[in-house]
Write a protein that binds this ligand. Sequence first.
Ligand code: SOE
Length: 390
Amino acid sequence: MAGNDDAQLGVGMVGYSFMGAAHSQAWRTAPRFFDLPLTPRMRVLGGRNPEALAAAARKLGWESTETRWQALVSRDDVDLVDVCTPGDTHAEIAIAALEAGKHVLCEKPLANTVAEAETMVAAAEAAAQRGQVAMVGFTYRRVPAIQLARQLVADGRIGTVRHVRAQYLQDWIADEDTPLSWRLDKSKAGSGSLGDIGAHVIDLAQFITGERITSVSGLLETFVTERPVATEFAGLSGQGGTERGPVTVDDAAVFLARMSGGGIGTFEATRFAYGRKNAIRLEINGSKGSVAFDFEDMNVLHFFDAADDPAIAGFRRIVVTEPQHAYVAHWWPAGHGLGYEHAFTHQVVDLVEGIAAGTHPAPTFADGLAVQRVLDAVERSAASGAWVEP
Ligand code: SOE
């Protein structure tokens, strides 16, 4: 590792809002709960506002700061660049980092367009020849209950997949007076609910089933077309002034899908489901049973085995906190549970282990491109009214 003790991995992160805070927690925590082959060293935090950047670096635990990401990706003490910026800068930062010889972790969705995602995959494939690793941050794959769902499907416990029912329900902009943010600006975010949260359930459906979405028929809607311009913003919400501006992305997306294994899917992503805060709901129905998950009860997986005696059959409520469940043995005793932030730590663990072993932990940039193609197909279908293949 250039510029570092061989047992260390110098990390530079660009961006320090909600995702930057979650990633910082993971870089700090992973070596304290997992025996890592390389110890992450939080070398440098990148951002544009010097005062806010310095405060964030102190709060989140970064050793130094850079106000230009171009300088950050070129530093000898940085071995990995973590891209936590809005989607319109993912491609330029990730490609520059790969071309500078760094490993890359890039937040989801991979990019704002298929064309950008394709250039990122090409850069990652070239970098892989030099021993570099590139990963995209679909962290919900690393929730233990999701890992168990995938294992049950892979083991044939639900048989052939017939239905994929996937929802991502939030309500943080259901209030029409919630101010604008970059997530509501197409030039920054690429799309709205579709790319921001729909991307997660697309990736999860493909991850759990091991299948691909082969065609879609989609519908996008923007319920509130203009909002107050934010005077201050943090995380997902903020304060608006009297000035107003346009919403240029979808507020909600719904689409039908055909799966590569012959099943069919219904997908929904919305920020207008009042009362649902971060409800990622997946139910996979197969020829021998079903699995069902809701992130708002994230330590539980529901499993129905059609072979059970009908007199006592029913969904089993599996509390996924046993030491034999993925990642759990490193945390707390059975029944104590994990939270949103733990999946980010698991992401760091698998990434660092992959770098040390010279392997390429999923989701790779190619997996990110597969999601991007589905997002693009849904947008084209919504525009044309026709079924579209990703
Ligand atoms: C906002 O919808 C958001 O922060 C997403 O951008 C994240 O990917 C998701 O994990 C939580 O909600």
